[in-house]
Design a protein around this ligand. Structure first.
Ligand code: NAD
Ligand code: UDP
Length: 421
């Protein structure tokens, strides 16, 4: 429960604030809402087009936090109600995005619009929320999509004393590929961390050619990061940028044919969970050689809470949030998930647990991949003292226990349906 005596990292009492959380109904948003309701006195104005993943926080009205969370079904592309919510909030957190790799090369326009164009009005509504009242009234009727241009034309002068902040969710994918991957396979420098550890203030962003539309997401995210950073540098915008490194856990994405489209391709955790639940081999794209570090969502949410409650330490920073100790190849992830799922479901593993598939067959033309993603933790350690705690085995055990409990029955029914009819 919320406690009155909570203090920040510098020992100052934490004042309750109002947070406008855009994309609150998604995977990360749902865990952040849960944390804020259970452990803090803050209010959340939860904005999304869906609320299934936060229904348990919204109903029944007798929940102890029911006066601290409101859901607003708003599509930020075209709903002027967003202005009022941002104006009411001390902090805006923007999580809204198309962020599933299967979409980057097949729906590149939607991906670029979602991750860049649709994020612009959010940024400028924050400026307007602190702008002089008459400017606010003047622009209030304008389509939010054109706010950026309108604001530039009006040269809105906003006052930074109002303490309006934004925490914007970017991605580790802005790093793209590592420098090391361009070295010959057996080159000794491939083992040197300088060639693969990703540092916020040092590493370059290395994307493939334009034909590889996979990079449309990373590029859109990079441009919005650059815009936010420039607004901070030139106009004093108080911002924090988060670069999540494969946060995983319960409620991530969907299981195709159960709570999402049958033909949909979610991120790897849900793809492999779906295979395990259906007792089909896990598909390894291009041999499953890419490497990832996975962090437990509950560890990562601790980091976000520190950012929320320590503005003086978080403002103006870009933070990697990941677990450098949980690195595996995708093949190793598949093997570990197979073992863990067998344990939690008490079903024997398949005799042939994995099959290889080409990226062209799995994702279509224009797919490409990040080879390796190890976050450098210096900045988040120094500013917020945060460290991830949960091992890959433990986080998979709790996540796959949830997947089994939530979906096993529905999958059994779905599989038996065609036979019965
Ligand atoms: P998610 O897809 O579960 O959540 C995104 C939410 O945004 C969804 O609920 C969606 O309905 C909402 N949304 C999208 N467009 C919207 C619109 N126009 N109006 C209103 N709501 C809209 O994804 P997530 O994993 O929770 O990711 C959240 C953020 O973190 C994204 O910006 C993503 O790029 C970033 N990120 C996440 C990870 C990760 O490991 N989960 C990794 C890298 C980056
Ligand atoms: N992947 C895979 N099989 C699947 C789904 C994904 O081999 O069924 C691979 C994908 O090619 C990538 C990695 O798993 O190398 C992680 O994919 P994810 O969709 O989680 O997103 P990313 O980390 O690439 O952003």
């Amino acid at each position: 429960m919320a406690s009155a005596a909570r203090v920040d990292l510098d020992g100052n009492p934490i004042k309750p604030i109002t947070i406008c959380m855009i994309g609150a109904g998604g995977f990360i948003g749902s865990h952040l809402c849960e944390k804020l309701m259970a452990e803090t006195p803050h209010k959340v104005l939860a904005v999304d087009v869906y609320n299934d993943k936060i229904k348990h926080l919204l109903e029944p009205a007798s929940l102890p936090w029911s006066d601290r969370i409101q859901f607003h079904r708003i599509n930020i592309k075209n709903d002027s109600r967003l202005e009022g919510l941002i104006k009411m909030a001390d902090l805006t957190i923007n999580l809204a995005a198309i962020c599933t790799p299967a979409d980057y090369n097949t729906r590149p326009l939607d991906t670029i619009y979602s991750n860049f164009i649709d994020a612009l009005p959010v940024l400028f509504l924050i400026f307007l929320a602190v702008a002089v009242g008459k400017v606010w009234d003047f622009v209030v009727e304008i389509d939010v999509r054109f706010f950026y241009v309108d604001c530039l034309v009006l040269k809105v002068k906003y006052c930074s004393e109002n303490n309006k902040r934004i925490i914007h969710f970017s991605t580790c994918e802005v790093y793209g590929k590592t420098i090391g991957c361009f070295l010959p396979k057996d080159h000794p420098l491939r083992l040197d961390p300088a060639y693969f550890v990703l540092k916020e203030d040092d590493s370059p962003c290395i994307f493939g050619p334009i034909e590889k539309q996979r990079w449309s997401y990373a590029c859109a995210k990079q441009l919005i990061e650059r815009l936010i950073y420039a607004e901070g540098a030139e106009n004093g915008l108080e911002f924090t940028i988060v670069r999540p490194f494969n946060w995983i856990g319960p409620r991530m994405d969907f299981i195709p044919g159960i709570d999402g489209p049958s033909e949909g391709v979610p991120r790897v955790l849900a793809c492999f969970s779906n295979n395990l639940l259906r007792r089909e081999p896990l598909k390894l794209v291009d041999g499953g050689q890419s490497q990832r570090t996975f962090v437990y969502i509950k560890d990562a949410i601790e980091a976000v809470l520190l950012m929320i409650e320590n503005p003086a330490r978080a403002n103006g920073h870009i933070f990697n949030v990941g677990n450098p100790n949980n690195e595996v190849t995708v093949r190793q992830l598949a093997e570990m998930m197979t073992q863990v799922y067998s344990k939690v479901s008490t079903e024997p593993p398949l005799e042939v647990p994995t099959i290889d598939i080409s990226s062209k067959e799995f994702y279509g033309e224009g797919y490409d991949d990040s080879d390796k993603r190890i976050p450098d933790m210096t900045i988040i350690n120094r500013q917020l003292g945060w460290n991830p705690k949960t091992s890959l085995w433990d986080l998979l055990e709790s996540t796959l226990t949830y997947q089994h409990r939530t979906y096993a029955q529905a999958i059994k029914q779905a599989i038996s349906k065609p036979l019965a009819s």
